[in-house]
Design a protein around this ligand. Structure first.
Ligand SMILES: [Zn+2]
Ligand SMILES: [Zn+2]
Length: 264
């Protein structure tokens, strides 16, 4: 049952070691996870992303300054230069998304929030001008993310990575045609609101991801996450949506190609 992990960080070492790109993708392929989107969070990891997509055809890329990293660039006076490099890296034909960008009210506060908003607006602009998908990081900031998207005018394709909303946000995404990407969090015991959101999400807007090495699905919480763990998440998603697992995977694979273009 082929499916794709549309948000992973292959450059972040897991607990003990950095697993090679090919090894990580081989392990994923062995359980039917045919492709992944490697996501950059700062200049270094966005440069890594471009190298990685050239190394292995099972990868597409996303590049951006993470909402928790953008304030640091701004404080050092390097935000404009960094955004210019992100735009240059995004010109690579296998980079299909600007992300992860967005708002994070959990880890950033004070003056950093103004930089975060500014950076989010600039990333939206880059995605629109380059015709790329926008991959959003939204932590404790649902209403503000939606507001900024509406003020700026959302790009044609928007993905809420590690969707963490409730039914209200799922309804907004359904109405706007925005993709909701579910991570291992949907398997957590305390995630009833998230499962209610998934239950009403339009089937053609659902994606799956790991956000590896973070957010390992149940029953392996505490261990580093990786793309080969996607089956635990899609099985939980099939339970919630009452779908046949193979049909859900086919739907997600089709949605993923619609959201990012073909891996071929
Ligand atoms: Zn994120
Ligand atoms: Zn991430």
């Amino acid at each position: 049952m082929p499916v794709m992990d549309n948000h992973t960080h292959l450059d972040f070492p897991d607990a003990e070691l950095l697993v090679g790109v090919k090894d990580a993708l081989d392990a994923a392929a062995a359980v039917g996870v045919q492709g992944a989107v490697q996501v950059g969070c700062d200049l270094e990891s966005s440069r890594f992303t471009v190298k990685a997509v050239e190394l292995d055809s099972r990868l597409l890329g996303a590049v951006a300054l993470h909402p928790n990293d953008a304030p640091g660039y701004a404080r050092r006076g390097g935000l404009e230069e960094a955004l210019a490099e992100i735009e240059a890296l995004a010109a690579h034909p296998r980079v299909r998304a600007i992300g992860e960008t967005g708002l994070d009210f959990f880890r950033t506060e004070g003056e950093g929030l103004a930089h975060q908003r500014y950076s989010f607006r600039r990333h939206i602009d880059i995605a629109k001008r380059l015709g790329l998908t926008l991959q959003i990081h939204d932590r404790d900031a649902h209403d503000d993310v939606v507001q900024v998207l509406r003020e700026e005018g959302a790009p044609e394709r928007v993905v809420f990575h590690c969707f963490s909303g409730d039914e209200a946000l799922a309804r907004t995404c359904n109405a706007e045609g925005w993709y909701m990407s579910f991570a291992g969090t949907v398997t957590f015991k305390n995630a009833a609101d998230l499962r209610s959101a998934l239950a009403i999400a339009e089937p053609d807007r659902i994606l799956v991801e790991t956000d590896a090495p973070f957010l390992t699905p149940h029953p392996h919480r505490g261990r580093p996450n990786a793309s080969y763990m996607v089956p635990y998440t899609v099985r939980a998603m099939a339970d919630v949506t009452g779908s046949e697992l193979s049909e859900l995977c086919a739907q997600i694979a089709a949605n993923t190609v619609r959201a990012y273009g073909s891996w071929d």
